[in-house]
Design a protein around this ligand. Structure first.
Ligand code: FDA
Ligand code: NAD
Length: 426
């Protein structure tokens, strides 16, 4: 069994949704585009899963957060795909790919051939077993990557009201889930190996603000250690968590957020990889000219830094996907991707944004005992990164603009004195 389709998007996550929208804007005919996804639903805004989806009151549910509502664009429902003649092969895993023959083989035994392939396979959550700890399949151990995980997490939370949760990992998933657990009236202890939360981005001073805020909500932190083993009862439930430092924590549920691995497996040995992802050029084109890669799985040149990076954030998934489609449909008019990295998070009533790169010397500014503060990163005499908590729309736009322009910074003390005013004046 086989069929031939001009454009195939492999993966049905954030990047796939934005790529589909861009294809229709650029003009494709019915039957020219197909999306193959392991997930049973059309693309949705994955960030909702650790935020609105987990709320006890009026939680977000599909179809409300299908792409592309996150960028204030049209919401692409199954009906929209049908109306645009986009073929959906959902709930179907691609189990092998042959880029020389330009074919994909699905788990249902179908061969789909393409002229152009866009790889948008995203990433999978790292499992505790990869760190030598057994128990991921216990009934009350939760991961969070897709809708099925989020649905399960909601069910487990509902059965644990008033109980104890242990959150393993102090990154994005750990921080956002810990906040949601508290809102669901569950006692939270966070455990992670670093000296402070969000170690990939936050400075100790920034981290301490958020940790204090979380402590004020009742969250406990156990830092500098990792999970050693679980106590699992006869019904297959974790009842306690033992840490490497010997601590033993009673647990009614566990949430694990210990990082991700990009889904490159189908293409290893066929395409050039870098930084754990599929290496692409400034047009999101891989080492095979018929194959593009976008989103979490792509390692692309960040012009601003003069370096190849793989980013794991929704803004880059949206924009890299749209850029790839533009490059495919209008190659002569498309210049190199010129992307300013943008990360954000919202927890409780807090909200921050970060632009650029967190390297070099750090200058903090603002009121760390209040609600608006931030930091700049300065490398080789230039502003390269900006963080702001509690800003207004105009202030966020100002730090984004300033970071993109990379202005010279001669005097760090003066930058600290000017604070947000520096970005507002650029
Ligand atoms: P994504 O993971 O969205 O999609 C990949 C798709 O490919 C999935 O549908 C998967 O099933 C499919 N697939 C993989 N292999 C396949 C195969 N072999 N066959 C068929 N289908 C296959 N970022 C941010 O900037 N701000 C935020 O607040 C958040 N919040 C957030 C919350 C949670 C819970 C998560 C898990 C992630 C975030 N992120 C985020 C990160 C952001 O969601 C992420 O960067 C994007 O979803 C990446 O989009 P992609 O399309 O690349 O992958
Ligand atoms: P992460 O990389 O943000 O954090 C991983 C954390 O795991 C580290 O901070 C560390 O504390 C911890 N860790 C690593 N090894 C460990 C071990 N053996 N034991 C205990 N802890 C360990 O990854 P994540 O939090 O799992 O997030 C997954 C993905 O989802 C990332 O790509 C992230 O960007 C994305 N995400 C982003 C947002 C956002 O941008 N607001 C929100 C949620 C998820």
């Amino acid at each position: 069994m086989g069929r031939a389709i001009t454009y195939v998007i492999l993966g049905g996550g954030v990047a796939a949704g934005y790529a589909a929208l861009e294809f229709t804007k650029r003009g494709i005919s019915h039957g020219e585009l197909c999306i193959i996804s392991e997930e049973p639903v059309v693309p949705y805004e994955r960030p909702a899963l650790s935020k609105g989806f987990l709320l006890p009151e009026a939680p977000s549910r599909l179809p409300s957060f299908h792409t592309c509502v996150g960028a204030n664009e049209e919401r692409l429902t199954p009906k929209w795909y049908k109306e645009h003649g986009i073929e959906l092969v959902l709930g179907t895993r691609v189990k092998s790919a042959d880029v020389r023959r330009k074919t994909l083989l699905t788990a249902t035994g179908e061969t789909i051939s393409y002229k152009i392939l866009i790889i948008a396979t995203g990433a999978r959550a790292l499992q505790l077993e990869e760190f030598g700890v057994a128990g991921s399949d216990a009934e009350n151990v939760c991961y969070l990557r897709d809708l099925a995980d989020a649905t399960r997490l909601v069910d487990v939370m509902k059965s644990c009201t008033g109980g104890n949760a242990v959150v393993i990992g102090g990154g994005y998933i750990g921080m956002e889930c810990a906040a949601s657990l508290v809102i669901n009236k569950i006692n939270v202890t966070m455990v992670f190996p670093e000296a402070h939360c969000m170690a990939r981005l936050f400075t100790p001073k920034i981290a301490s603000y958020y940790e204090d805020y979380y402590k004020s909500k009742g969250v406990k932190f156990i830092k500098g250690t990792a999970l050693s083993s679980f106590d699992i009862d006869d019904s297959g439930k974790v009842t306690a968590v033992t840490l490497r430092d010997g601590n033993r924590l009673p647990a009614d549920m566990v949430v694990v957020g210990i990082g991700i691995r990009p889904n490159t497996g189908l293409f290893e040995g066929q395409l050039t990889l870098e930084k754990g992802g599929i290496k692409v050029n400034g047009w999101m084109q891989s080492s095979n000219s018929s194959v593009y890669a976008v989103g979490d799985v792509a390692a692309f040149p960040v012009k601003l830094f003069g370096e190849t990076r793989r980013l794991e954030h929704v803004d880059s998934a949206r924009k890299s996907a749209r850029h790839a489609v533009t490059a495919i449909m209008e190659p002569a008019k498309t210049s190199e991707f010129d992307y300013l990295p943008f990360f954000y998070s919202r927890v409780f009533t807090l909200s921050w944004q970060f632009y650029g790169d967190s390297v070099g010397e750090v200058v903090h500014y603002g009121d760390f005992s209040g609600s608006t503060f931030g930091a700049y990163w300065v490398s080789k005499g230039q502003l390269v990164g900006s963080f702001l908590e509690g800003g207004t729309k105009e202030e966020y736009e100002a730090i984004a603009k300033a970071t993109k322009l990379k202005p010279d910074v001669e005097d760090l003390a003066e930058l600290e004195r000017q604070g947000l005013g520096f970005a507002l004046a650029v």
